[in-house]
Write a protein that binds this ligand. Structure first.
Ligand code: F3S
Length: 481
């Protein structure tokens, strides 16, 4: 008899399931400790990282995959299980659309299945793809094998395709302490991707390095923080796509038209009254993290935020997509679609200083002195590097202090990076604190100012975390010289 497991809450595929055993490990999940292996798994939808789609390949590799997944609400990350050979269904039978373009048959059939599961209104051509699932730490051998198979077939991307961070600085990996064995696997992933014709951006901020879609443009992006930024700050249209799916979409150039591609789904369904003023990206991140936990699949509209920098907005997007699966948020008078009428029966919540304080306390799992400070989740922009250089001017760091940015921003701002490195801090590229093997490098307690990084450093890497403002981390751990 088929055993059924019904999840009463959404699950994060990246850090909510042990890929070696199929057991649910997501903290506070009501079904924590249950195994999904061999079961018919019914779940509301997924939350968190788009890279979680590679967990299906890992589960299949060790025979711990569910027999079938029944999704109550379609989401691209979970639908990607089909590519690993796990059947995905929705309770209702939907219309089947045919996709007739010149592309590999198996990819067309997958997109047709996704369209049918999601109740899509046909397909839409996309102007760019952002590929997530590039680090060996997140996709493992199963992901590497999938990418090498696609590469061997000689397939090339059909649209502009940028790439998410790898597991190491591709030039300074030895300085980071990365092992030869890890580097060999990571370089094979990079080689496989480059053979497909992708752009070697290796950043989660493609919108800062030439892949910046305009309002109303349809794209297909993985990397949940970039998805939230594209939808919310740029007004572009993308669903939160699973890492494997982004490879498929890059080869086909089309995606099913549902979710965030349709205006009706972009209207706010949660009004957030802010009763506290926010200071810097740590506060913006904590606010969005709180809302993501409270209403994981919502489209919130924030009221009471008088201004926000692009750095603060990208922190917000990252955090709401880490605790929940928020693909789009609006801020009155700031984001381009904030005037869209809210949905009927829209709920209202208020957030004050207590909620922010509690969220920050939740994200800080340790009161100990950290072994390392890690900044740059999402990757730092030029403006943020300027701020870092000014803060670190005339100081020497007392513990390792790593800042992460994209290769392109690093290359264009070498003088700025040199100024930062004079303090003893390092500016690293092509990777980040979450997707590099920080724990294997010997660190146990990390300090960060990013809500998204705080979450995954604890749950995905198993590290203790100090969540603090960047300014405070500089004054605590970099002394005046
Ligand atoms: Fe980017 Fe890594 Fe954070 S990919 S959003 S810096 S977890």
């Amino acid at each position: 008899m088929n055993e059924i497991l019904r999840l009463s809450k959404p699950i994060s595929w990246l850090d909510g399931i042990d890929p070696r055993t199929g057991v649910i490990i997501q903290p506070n999940h009501p079904e924590k400790g249950e195994s999904i292996a061999g079961k018919i798994l019914i779940l509301p939808h997924s939350t968190g990282s788009t890279v979680g789609a590679y967990t299906f390949f890992k589960l299949v590799k060790v025979g711990k995959q569910p027999k079938k997944i029944i999704l109550e609400r379609p989401d691209s990350v979970t639908i990607s299980a089909e590519l690993a050979g796990i059947p995905v269904e929705v309770p209702m039978v939907r219309e089947v659309h045919k996709l007739e373009v010149d592309a590999p048959e198996k990819f067309l059939r997958f997109l047709e299945k996704e369209a049918s599961i999601s109740g899509s209104k046909g397909f839409i051509k996309v102007n760019s793809v952002h590929i997530s699932g590039v680090s060996y730490s997140t996709i493992g051998d199963a992901g590497l094998e999938f990418l090498e198979e696609v590469s061997k077939e000689g397939l090339l991307v059909k649209v502009k395709s940028t790439t998410n961070p790898t597991g190491m600085d591709l030039r300074r990996w030895r300085e980071m302490g990365i092992s030869e064995g890890y580097a060999e696997k990571q370089l094979r992933i990079v080689k496989a991707l480059l053979s497909m014709g992708v752009e070697p951006t290796f950043t989660c901020t493609p919108y800062l390095v030439g892949n910046r879609p305009k309002k109303g443009e349809h794209v297909c992006w993985g990397e949940s923080s970039a998805v939230a930024f594209a939808n919310s700050v740029l007004g572009a249209r993308t669903n939160r796509e699973g890492g494997v799916k982004t490879i498929v979409a890059a080869m086909v150039g089309f995606t099913p038209k549902y979710g965030m591609h349709l205006e009706e789904n972009r209207r706010p369904n949660l009004l957030v009254n802010l009763e506290v003023s926010l200071r810097g990206r740590t506060d913006f991140g904590a606010l969005a993290y709180y809302i993501g936990s409270l209403a994981p699949k919502s489209v919130p509209r924030y009221e009471g935020i008088p201004k926000a920098s692009e750095a603060e907005l990208k922190s917000m997007g990252a955090a709401g997509a880490a605790s929940g699966s928020i693909e789009l948020f609006h801020i009155d008078r700031i984001t381009p679609e904030a005037t869209l009428p809210s949905k009927e029966g829209c709920e209202r919540v208020r957030v004050g200083s207590n909620e922010l304080k509690e969220t920050k306390e939740l994200l800080s799992t340790s009161g100990s002195v950290p072994d390392i400070v890690v900044i740059g989740c999402p990757h730092l922009s030029r403006d943020e590097l300027v701020k870092a250089a000014n803060l670190l001017e005339g100081r020497k760091v007392r513990i390792p202090f790593w800042l992460f940015t994209s290769r392109e921003i690093f290359e264009k701002n070498k003088d700025l990076c040199r100024r930062i490195e004079k303090s003893g801090a390092k500016v690293l590229c092509d990777t980040c604190m979450v997707v590099c093997p920080l724990k294997d490098l010997g660190y146990n307690v990390v300090a960060t100012d990013s809500a998204k990084a705080a979450r995954y450093l604890h749950t995905f890497q198993g590290l203790e975390v100090v969540f603090e403002r960047f300014e405070s981390l500089v004054s605590f751990y970099a002394t005046r010289s």
